[in-house]
Ligand binder design. Structure first.
Ligand code: NAD
Length: 370
């Protein structure tokens, strides 16, 4: 047997342990806690692309929660959803009537899936209705808005969570394990890029509705990846520069392409790019003893090719959104913490605000994460 095949066999043994570990939180969670007699009722706020293509279908698979209502600007759409998903038409609301969710016993959790600039308003309305809240990423447009949401949830004594679905992806779970156990040593160098080509104007390029350009929408995934690789610790300093616009008709008052660096006190550095005019989705983290490289679809619903210096990783593709919502439902039912609380969303907004300050000033800026 060659050295290569020995190390490959050891690697596969380690990876099967790694895979078991990676799958434990949801496999074991479902097995250990039997589904409750009544699933928690979730109301989706905003029936756009993400609700229609991902969250609604995922709620057909969840074991601890179910779709129980909607908030939508279109009554007809709400009625269609009520028929498709089998909930009462009494639980269809619009943005003006959503305060009445307070009197709806079918709804326990409100999931805010509107444009970023509306997250704070809709999440605060949900908290005031005494419902637990999930906010899609980015949590809000600003740290100040995040603080207002956290205060409203505290005042109403309701739980909060962010739609960071990749916490239930096994490759990202393995990234967190590598970081936690320092299997490759402490990660010191990270690189990555995430972008897509936006061919016509959308709210995602509108400063008021989106809070910024691709950094808010896509760059946040790179920030998440880097913070996972650094055990949840925020960087201390950032630098940034905006590249010239090729489609100023689309990216009118927001960046089109942004490059930035993040620095940690232990000398770890990340270099990232995000764009609305380039297609890419990759992330790599290197430590003194090894590396992990998400070569394609690094942050997708089904993560693509992931290589390490020990070989390629192979995990089954779980239903990220179903696991994410079930985990929040279980955390409410058992009283345990969610791994993706509002404070994490706030941390990421603090990093984003520092990056925008650095792009504007041309200087190295400090991240005010606490
Ligand atoms: P979308 O444009 O497809 O849907 C937005 C919904 O908000 C629509 O139903 C729209 O009618 C409604 N809306 C209410 N008020 C509005 C207003 N004033 N202007 C525009 N729309 C308004 O967007 P989407 O892709 O569903 O994204 C919604 C949120 O979900 C965003 O915060 C986005 O970042 C997030 N998202 C997360 C993921 C993920 O993987 N976690 C994926 C996609 C989107």
């Amino acid at each position: 047997m060659t050295n290569n095949s020995v190390s490959r066999r050891r690697f596969l043994q380690q990876m099967s342990v790694g895979a078991a570990f990676a799958l434990t939180p949801y496999r074991f969670g479902w097995a250990a806690e039997s589904p409750p007699a009544k699933k928690l009722g979730v109301a989706l706020v905003g029936l756009g692309g993400y609700s229609t293509r991902e969250l609604g279908p995922a709620l057909r698979e969840t074991k601890f929660c179910r779709l129980a209502g909607v908030v939508t600007g279109s009554r007809e759409k709400g009625e269609q959803w009520a028929r498709d998903y089998g909930f009462s038409e009494k639980s269809i609301y619009n943005y003006e009537t959503m305060v009445r969710i307070a009197d709806d016993p079918a709804i326990d959790v409100v999931y805010v899936v509107t444009p970023n600039g509306l997250h704070a308003e809709h999440a605060i309305a949900a908290a005031k209705a005494h419902k637990h809240v999930i906010l899609e990423k980015p949590m809000c447009n600003t740290v100040a808005e995040c603080d207002a949401v956290l205060s409203a949830c505290k005042a109403a004594n309701v739980r909060h969570s962010i739609g960071y679905r990749l916490f239930w992806d096994p490759y990202h779970t393995e990234l967190r394990r590598l970081a936690r156990e320092e299997d490759f040593g402490s990660f010191k160098k990270m690189q990555g890029a995430r972008g897509f080509v936006m061919s016509t104007w959308r709210w995602r390029a509108d400063k008021k509705l989106a809070g910024g350009g691709p950094l808010m929408d896509l760059g946040i995934y790179l920030i998440q990846g880097a913070c996972m690789a650094k055990n949840g610790i925020a960087p201390r300093f950032v630098t940034a520069r905006e590249l010239p616009k090729t489609r100023p008709d689309i990216s009118r008052d927001t960046e089109e392409t942004l490059q930035w660096t993040m620095e940690w006190p232990d000398s770890a550095v990340a270099e990232f790019t995000t764009s609305y005019q380039q297609d890419y989705d990759r992330f790599r983290a290197e430590g003194p003893k090894g590396w992990i490289d998400f070569q394609e679809h690094a942050f997708g619903y089904k993560v693509g090719t992931v290589e390490t210096n020990r070989g390629r990783l192979h995990y089954p593709a779980p239903y990220q959104q179903a696991l994410q919502m079930d985990d929040f439902a279980q955390s409410i039912q058992t009283g345990r913490a969610t791994p993706v609380p509002g404070e994490m969303g706030r941390r990421d907004l603090a990093i984003i605000e520092a990056i925008y300050r650095a792009a504007a000033s041309g200087r190295r800026e400090e991240v005010k994460a606490s």
